[in-house]
Design a protein around this ligand. Sequence first.
Ligand SMILES: Nc1ncnc2c1ncn2[C@@H]1O[C@H](COP(=O)(O)OP(=O)(O)OP(=O)(O)O)[C@@H](O)[C@H]1O
Ligand SMILES: Nc1ncnc2c1ncn2[C@@H]1O[C@H](COP(=O)(O)OP(=O)(O)OP(=O)(O)O)[C@@H](O)[C@H]1O
Ligand SMILES: [Mg+2]
Ligand SMILES: [Mg+2]
Lengths: 165, 165, 165, 165
Amino acid sequence: AKDQFAENFEKIRQNFREIFTLLFGGGKADISLIDENDILESGIEIMAKPPGKKNQTISLLSGGEKALSSIALLFSIFKLKPSFFSVLDELDAPLDESNILRFLDLLKSFTDKTQFLIITHSKTTLKIADFIFGITMQTPGLSTTVSVNLQKKERKEKKKSADKK
Amino acid sequence: AKDQFAENFEKIRQNFREIFTLLFGGGKADISLIDENDILESGIEIMAKPPGKKNQTISLLSGGEKALSSIALLFSIFKLKPSFFSVLDELDAPLDESNILRFLDLLKSFTDKTQFLIITHSKTTLKIADFIFGITMQTPGLSTTVSVNLQKKERKEKKKSADKK
Amino acid sequence: MRLKRIEILGFKSFGEKTVFEINDGTTAIVGPNGCGKSNVVDAIRWVLGEQSPSKLRGSNMQDIIFNGTTSLKPLGMAEVSITIEDTENKLPLDYIDIRITRRLFRTGESQYLINKKQCRLKDIQELFMDTGMSNDSYAIMAQGKIDQLLTSKPEDRRVFFEEAA
Amino acid sequence: MRLKRIEILGFKSFGEKTVFEINDGTTAIVGPNGCGKSNVVDAIRWVLGEQSPSKLRGSNMQDIIFNGTTSLKPLGMAEVSITIEDTENKLPLDYIDIRITRRLFRTGESQYLINKKQCRLKDIQELFMDTGMSNDSYAIMAQGKIDQLLTSKPEDRRVFFEEAA
Ligand SMILES: Nc1ncnc2c1ncn2[C@@H]1O[C@H](COP(=O)(O)OP(=O)(O)OP(=O)(O)O)[C@@H](O)[C@H]1O
Ligand SMILES: Nc1ncnc2c1ncn2[C@@H]1O[C@H](COP(=O)(O)OP(=O)(O)OP(=O)(O)O)[C@@H](O)[C@H]1O
Ligand SMILES: [Mg+2]
Ligand SMILES: [Mg+2]
């Protein structure tokens, strides 16, 4: 179990270094065991340095930078052990437009292995969805859902045939 | 001091009942001292019921509903003791478009007494600003600012003269 | 293996039977603040075996039963079903479609079913163990929780890693 | 009484002198993630007398001195000035424009000035006491902190009320 953890930790670490740099368009990040001699109990240290900036405590990072670094770490774990489906509730909330696009590119690279259910307020994120459920409360306090699938599919078909010409 | 606190608390409470209902377009809310006999030490209970919904623990409220209730409480305190300036950092982040508009209407009613400095990613919020500072990092890691005032003022002048015709 | 359908009745704000037919690819869920999007996430967690009411934003488990609105009566039971299509036979059952149902009655009585046969909560929790999907899987990321990865103490982060590594 | 100007040099990501001329009405601050918007909020808190590094997202006070970038050297001092126009003579000083300056050197030495005359931190903190403006005024709402009003324990909320009531 100890060897398994050490081996998996190392893989997640490698993933994190790559995915962080991909998401931030540069910079460096790392995770490490605070106490290398106590693999089964040691806490985990995180270092994250956005491009152009100097290495500092992660508390000094901005709201959006912290969110993006956390997303990089989450997906580093996904890469090791993808789940057949995943639910992400408003992960894009603190991100600006260009960071949302980078997050969505990362997401797309995982969609072959994972069905994603994404809750969002962002029109940008909505564009990459294959299917959309709208939830409303026509009667206050009572949730109902409307599937917005047909339009989405139609629009995709039209775009496909237009692209062929 | 005890009487002063009790009196001010009562005013904040009255403000909260009104401002909550205004922000939510209905519903009811209240604050109360958990221990009415211990005015100087008692903790404070909050009840918030959005329109159409039944009274439940505030933990069950949605992310946006919690944010909007907190905004109502903050402005209830402002109403009692307005500050000459106030800084609000991304208060609109969890709100949907229609709630942002309600928040901005509330904000406008306080601008005669308070200079507001608002940090936002929302284009909706940006529209109500009289002046805008853009901050960028042309050199990575180094913040610089660009004032976007002239365009804003010009647009306002043009709109004024257009409205007159 | 893929998520095929989610059925919700009497869980939180879903006072009427609501069915989500889930397709391959990425699904987005949208709607105004408080309409019930995160409640769908809670429903998924709950049907997979979540036993901690605070993880569902409640203070006791009864909180998740539809409490009525100003115009509708409360319901006596919450029921959530999730259907998984398992064509590769990854789950230790002989069905292609596996439908898991959880019920909670106001009396406090609970029921758990796999393809309409009653079972124990333990059977549901163990069913997905090898697939990495569980009620506290890192693949279910609740609203506002992503930051905890970065801001939590090194020992707490450990818990997150242990689930994956 | 109104806020007139904010001058920042060497504070966090403001490695070059940056001046914000503040007008009447509402000012919006915009820009991408990590560009320095919340750092401006921290600068205002700091110049008003904030002594807790964690309230400025740092672990020690030195963290707020510009640490350089991959292409720029660190600076040896952080300096923030805030200018208040006090035409109604609400502050106990005989000036119309009151400029408060705070400096911190890497050596650990601090300087505090009111209209270029050295003073104690205490003088700055007391100056605004009657106006309701202070480094931990409820009127300065940091990013992500608004929720705490609702989610904090009843005893913690008390602290917030006591400042206003
Ligand atoms: N047992 C219950 N019965 C009825 N309504 C409930 C129950 N539990 C929670 N609710 C309601 O569900 C609403 C919260 O829904 P939810 O958190 O899903 O919103 P949301 O769509 O995620 O919104 P946001 O965009 O703000 O995050 C609250 O208004 C709450 O009162
Ligand atoms: N002492 C310092 N020297 C140099 N850079 C610093 C220093 N302290 C903080 N920073 C940098 O400032 C950045 C954070 O800026 P800030 O929090 O103001 O961003 P923001 O514009 O509010 O972004 P967001 O929209 O994501 O909230 C971080 O990248 C951090 O590395
Ligand atoms: Mg939600
Ligand atoms: Mg910020």
